[in-house]
Design a protein around this ligand. Sequence first.
Ligand SMILES: [Zn+2]
Length: 418
Amino acid sequence: MGRALLLLAALAAITAAAFQLANTGGRVEIEVGDTWIGVTFPVAVTLLAVGFLALHWLLQFLGWLGGMPGRRRAARAARRRVEGDVAVTRALVALAAGTAETARIEVRRAREMLGDTPQTLLLAAEAERLAGREDAATVAFKALAGRSDARFLGLRGLLRQAMQREDWAAAQRLAKEAEAVNPGAAWLREERQVLALRTRDWREALALSPPAGPRAALALAASEQEAEPARAAELEKLAFTADPAFAPGALAHAKRLGAAGSARRARAVLEQAWLAAPHPDIAAAWLAGTPEKLAKVKAAEDLVHRNPDHAESRLLMARLALEAGLTGRARGELEALLAAGSADRRAYLLLAQLEEAEHGDTADARAAQAKWLRGAANAQGAPRWRCGACGAEHNGWKAECAGCGTVGRIAWSAPAKG
Ligand SMILES: [Zn+2]
């Protein structure tokens, strides 16, 4: 509304000025030599205005003509960008579909249109890898690694390649470089852990292990690699505190404490480990300084007093009681195992021994022995060190399974029934 009023006012003013000009009269004369031009004043003003407009349009036209090549170039660049983007999309689709040759063709087109950008270089590398041309992929990854804006991408690709061809030295160097470019990247952490496990650098693997990882096993493995006794002792302590149920860690920690003169602390560690997860080796370490048979029974009672009903506690007490000639005590423990359904082959074999100890070499004893031996044949086998990944059995604990290469999965466990 306001603008309409303004326009109306402007029109009125122009009309008034035109009338004023027409009424003013007068003339404009130009005389050059013999030529004489004379027009009335309103016509002269109109001619001046028309001339000004014509000049303005002419200059605009000339400017438009001058900008023509630049506009052509911009239009061409825009077209190339659009075509390049289309090629990038097609290359991505081909990569996702696993059609290597299509991917390579589209990537080449994208590089023609867009040049070597981080995106096209990365796509080129992935397409070459898909086509099995690792050398060509390496060239693209190296080009990426040479750019300040895409260095991590390039190093990541080169690291993956190095790990694939199991060139651990190169992989470690690349991982270090990548870590410097992008510290704390989650992906890199995982790769470095894989690398540490493959190169058996247990200390590094432990440092990179997630809280849920096999920290106790890695700590003990690292302590075995450690030449410095103080650092080895620290790692053994860590193995024990990370998992008191991990018998090898507790044994190593207790042994080191005992050697350093802290016999009381060593015994506390063994006691805690037995409470967490009884293992025959813990009992062996506990009883190592007690040669006398009856004294062994007493000493074992001290070890198992917090979990006397555990199958391993009962087995230990039965064996020691039998060796000390306390057959009644041994029978009590073994029958409790039978009643609880937790008697394994070891319990049946002890029962067979017990018959002979109680009744000597008699027909009754032999018949009873035969019964227990049949029971032993059908009973659950004794626990063994077994790989949780492949099931392979091992004579002792090791950090790495020789069967499948898995680290930190060998545990003391009963065999599968049947
Ligand atoms: Zn295994």
